[in-house]
Design a protein around this ligand. Structure first.
Ligand code: SOE
Length: 390
């Protein structure tokens, strides 16, 4: 495709669930948004030659590599998109930044605070040479979340008193659901806490414009052994031979406090039977409240406490008007967006920042701060000294 615009040649590492979501975003963004650079789906990287070749054909990538080091040696790649399990994020992202490639890295940024710290330092050094980095907290780019943040920033909620956030899934409720890398600490860092809890930590901080200053947490692993998977990759594949040890949490609950004094309650679980991808956030302020549920992602509920009591009530705002974040580029009002659009908006914001020479957001420093919250929850859960038996 000739666009007359300078190209941004992308190399993507990984082609499972997240790799497919990112591929779709790189492909779609230039068709709906007037981007300053044209993303080229240049190289897809995976370890197994025939499988990566098949994925490249299916997802639209021009070439393949089977070793990510080779990707970094290529001078026809400008940006490296890291969609691998967390145990490889630090090594790949730091090497890519040092090779002068912009980096988009899936969340959580890393498996440990030390890794996230090293990545943030590498990102700061690279930024001095115009090399940009971003962590993929894609739900920030859901239009209703953008509207919630806008309402808070405009003061429509007043002082924030309460933050209530849940991320509920159920894909391993069945004890026979097989092992996956997401259930192994050395690959994933943590379980529900880092995989989905990280999203609600980021989202609530993003919407409120505040940071979490302290936490108290509980973690639980309900099923400690599971059948090994017949194949790797997807979230819920078939069981194979043998049994594996689950070494991460299945569920996490924690309390928190925000910089402005708000009290917060968080819950992240893969055992909320019937809840597939429910991200529920409610924020109560002195002047108003907002409530969101990803399972109805085109809607934001807003209560305006300044309205007369007689007619005040939660208003159901359908966030599909051209005035809403990102929506003008898509369909007529009322036609709605889906899961994949957040990834497309992420590409739009990243490409725009790179072209302008700005540091994209969320930065690796933001990813490090989320990592510190996750780490604090783990330390709190391991320390039973504040648990009060009854
Ligand atoms: C699995 O729990 C998962 O794919 C997460 O890893 C993603 O970040 C989330 O978007 C959907 O669920």
């Amino acid at each position: 495709m000739t666009t007359g615009k300078p190209s941004l040649r992308v190399g993507l590492i990984g082609y499972a669930f997240m790799g497919a979501a990112h591929s779709q975003a790189w492909r779609t963004a230039p068709h709906f948004f007037d981007l300053p650079l044209h993303p080229e789906l240049a190289v897809l990287v995976g370890r197994t030659p025939d499988r990566v070749a098949e994925a490249a054909g299916r997802l639209g990538w021009a070439q393949t590599e089977t070793d990510w080091h080779r990707l970094l040696e290529r001078d026809d790649v400008d940006l490296v998109d890291v969609c691998t399990p967390g145990d490889t994020h630090a090594e790949i992202a730091i090497a890519a930044l040092e090779a002068g490639k912009h980096v988009l890295c899936e969340k959580p940024l890393a498996n440990t605070v030390a890794q996230a710290q090293a990545m943030t330092e590498a990102a700061t050094r690279a930024a001095a040479n115009g090399v940009r980095s971003m962590v993929g907290f894609t739900y920030r780019r859901v239009p209703a979340i953008g509207l919630a943040r806008r309402l808070v920033a405009e003061g429509r909620l007043g002082d924030i008193r309460h933050v209530r956030a849940q991320y509920l899934q159920d894909w391993i409720t069945d004890p026979q659901a097989p092992m996956s890398w997401r259930l192994e600490k050395d690959k994933a860092g943590s379980g529900a806490l880092g995989d989905i809890g990280a999203h609600i930590v980021d989202l609530t901080q993003y919407i409120t414009g505040q940071r979490i200053t302290g936490v108290s947490g509980l973690l639980e692993t309900f099923v400690e052994q599971r059948p090994l998977a017949a194949s790797t990759g997807s979230l819920s594949g078939a069981a194979g031979e043998g049994v594996g040890q689950v070494t991460v949490d299945d569920a996490a609950v924690f309390l928190g406090r925000f910089t402005g004094g708000a009290l917060a309650v968080f819950e992240a679980t893969r055992f909320a039977l019937g809840r597939k991808n429910a991200i529920r956030i409610e924020i109560n302020g002195s002047a108003g409240s907002v409530a969101f549920d990803f399972e109805d992602m085109n809607v934001l509920h807003f209560f305006d406490g300044t309205e007369p009591a007689e007619t005040a009530g939660f208003r159901r705002i359908v966030v599909t008007e051209p005035e809403h974040p990102y929506v003008a580029a898509w369909w007529p009002a009322g036609h709605g967006l889906g899961y994949e659009h957040g990834f497309t908006h992420q590409v739009v914001d990243l490409v725009t920042a790179i072209a302008k020479g700005d540091d994209p957001s969320p930065s690796f420093a933001d990813g490090l701060q989320v990592q510190r919250v996750l780490d604090a929850v783990e330390r709190s859960a391991a320390d039973h000294s504040t648990w009060t038996e009854i």
